[in-house]
Every structure is written in C-alpha cells, then in structure tokens.
Ligand binder design. Structure first.
Ligand code: HEC
Length: 100
C-alpha cells in the first residue's frame, strides 16, 4: 500500500514536470489572433518596421486609438510617411477587435 502511493506520488511528480516543459515553448508569431484576415496582414506589415508588432490584447480598444495615432507620428518622424486613412482604419479595427 505504501509503495503504491509512493509510485503514485512519483507519477504525479513526473507528469507535473513534463507538463511544465510544454509551457516553456518559445513565443511564436502564430499566437497573434485571426492571422488569415486582411486586418492582420496590414497590421503585421505596418507595425513591424520599427519593433515587434504588439499583441492586440496588450491594450483596450480605446487605448489602441491613441497608440495608433502615436505610431502615425513616429512613422512621419522616421520618414516612413503616415499610413493612409483606409490602411490605418484596417489596422485599428484589427487591434480593437482583439483588444483586451
Ligand atoms: C516609425 C517606427 C514605428 C512604427 C512603424 C510603429 N511603431 Fe510602435 N513604437 C515606435 C517607437 C519609437 C516606440 C517607443 C516610444 C513610444 O512608446 O512612443 C513604439 C512603441 C509602441 C508601443 C508601446 C507603447 C505603448 O503605449 O504600449 C506599442 C503598443 C506600439 N508601438 C504599437 C505599434 C503599432 C500597433 C504599430 C502599427 C500601427 C506601430 N507600433 C508601428 C515606433 C514605431
């Protein structure tokens, strides 16, 4: 009886270890939501020039409006030119749809 419960403990310990391994997989780009949408394509194109594109759930819909406006300014300052109004709308609605 004692030995079998020891085995059970060992088994629990081992499975705990192996499930921990799964959580250490590196962050990959397929964590972005809705990657087949045109919104995502614009987003990854427009927002990867200067830094890694942010995760949409990093900000609320309201915050994204401000962030995207700020990034427009960064683009202009860096000489990339601002995003066109339709492109900006597409990027913003992608971010807002998946915001926190
Ligand atoms: C021209 C370069 C440039 C481009 C293009 C750009 N960014 Fe940024 N971004 C920056 C710089 C510089 C910072 C750091 C300074 C700051 O926070 O304003 C930054 C910071 C950020 C931050 C962190 C600040 C915060 O409030 O959380 C987010 C989020 C972000 N960018 C989102 C975006 C998104 C979304 C896009 C696409 C629309 C984008 N960026 C495109 C230059 C850029």
């Amino acid at each position: 009886m004692k030995i079998s419960s020891l085995c059970l403990l060992l088994l629990l310990f081992l499975t705990a270890c192996s499930s921990q391994d799964k959580t250490t997989t590196p962050v990959t780009s397929n964590l972005y939501p809705d990657q087949t949408s045109t919104g995502f394509k614009q987003f990854s194109k427009q927002c990867s020039t200067c830094h890694r594109p942010p995760m949409p759930n990093q900000h609320t819909a309201l915050e994204w409006r401000g962030v995207v406006d700020l990034m427009q300014q960064h683009r202009a300052q860096a000489g990339y030119g601002a995003m066109s109004e339709p492109v900006k709308k597409e990027v913003l609605s992608y971010l807002q749809a998946h915001g926190k």
